[in-house]
Design a protein around this ligand. Structure first.
Ligand SMILES: [Mg+2]
Length: 299
């Protein structure tokens, strides 16, 4: 028996039924029964809203839950992680969404037998998270054009979001988006930006598997910041080509930073953000790293 396994008796499976396909819903059922067959005390909870998620989690924390398993996309994982940050109750991600950036980075799969194996191995990893105006971010947040795409996708959302929804919103946003000046402060350093967009993250890869940060690590106590200086469609196109070719560091319009406290503002505009693929708050943003804030089960 793995030494960490003796600490796991009560498990709560949190399932967002809106994330993922019918096939995934079936996988969640299989996972539940696999866990049950191993004689853990397991409860299955369907998540319906942020408020209900917090109430459900509070009840399970109160009754001594040893492990939360969350089935959902990055947004669902983020809202669950928000409630577990600093608590030292481990979380296992059972990925269901379009990207699942953090789960992919950790090598977690949406296979019930693999997820059960991860529980039985009971290997813990404490990872950094970011707090953005009080919200937890587990993977990547953005300010500028990517946030505009996320806001458009969510405004039109009628049910499960698929990759095509993002592609269509991206095409429309590319031709209509007006780039804005952003003021960025990273720790004591002021980054002088004219028109730009920026990403803040904790893992190297963003949507589509593109590498957007330089040497980002989820356990180094720093957040990575990439600033893309861009004011028009032509510059955006050239950035996209560098991105697709995996050569962002060769572009004179891209700068990489690391920091612990970041402030982003955009005086005179109503620029918005995205946080882990969900619509985020309008600027100004106050972003801090929470070192080793979240305990995860990893393969
Ligand atoms: Mg880091």
């Amino acid at each position: 028996m793995s030494p960490g396994l003796k600490n796991i008796k009560r498990i709560c499976l949190l399932d967002n039924p809106k994330s993922g396909t019918a096939t995934h819903a079936n996988r969640v059922k299989v996972l539940f029964h696999l866990i049950e067959d191993c004689e853990f005390c397991v409860t299955w909870e369907e998540l319906t809203s942020l408020e209900q998620t917090l109430t459900v989690m509070d009840a399970h924390i109160e009754s001594g839950c040893d492990l939360f398993v969350v089935s959902g996309g990055d947004g669902t994982v983020r809202s669950v992680a928000h409630h577990l940050t600093g608590r030292r109750i481990p979380l296992l991600i059972f990925p269901a969404g379009n990207e699942n950036l953090l789960a992919t980075e950790l090598g977690l799969q949406a296979r019930p037998s693999e997820a059960l194996k991860v529980i039985q191995q009971a290997r813990y990893k404490d990872i950094d998270v970011a707090h953005i105006n009080g919200l937890t971010c587990i993977a990547v947040a953005g300010v500028g054009i990517d946030a505009a795409i996320v806001h458009l996708v969510h405004r039109r959302r009628k049910g499960h979001i698929n990759k095509l929804n993002y592609v269509w919103a991206a095409i429309q946003t590319l031709f209509t988006y007006r780039h804005t000046k952003i003021d960025i402060r990273i720790d004591d350093r002021k980054i002088d930006c004219e028109k730009a967009f920026a990403l803040v993250g904790n893992i190297p890869r963003y949507g589509g598997g593109f590498n957007v940060f330089k040497d980002a690590a989820y356990d180094d106590g720093f957040l990575d910041i990439t600033v893309f200086r861009c004011s028009n469609f032509l510059q955006l196109t050239s950035l996209f080509i560098f991105l697709v070719c995996g050569k962002l560091e060769k572009s004179s319009r891209v700068e990489f930073y690391k920091g612990k406290n970041i402030v982003m503002s955009s005086p005179g505009s109503t620029l918005r953000s995205q946080v882990d693929g969900d619509p985020g708050p309008s600027l100004p943003l106050n972003i801090q790293v929470v070192p080793a804030g979240l305990r995860l089960l990893v393969p």
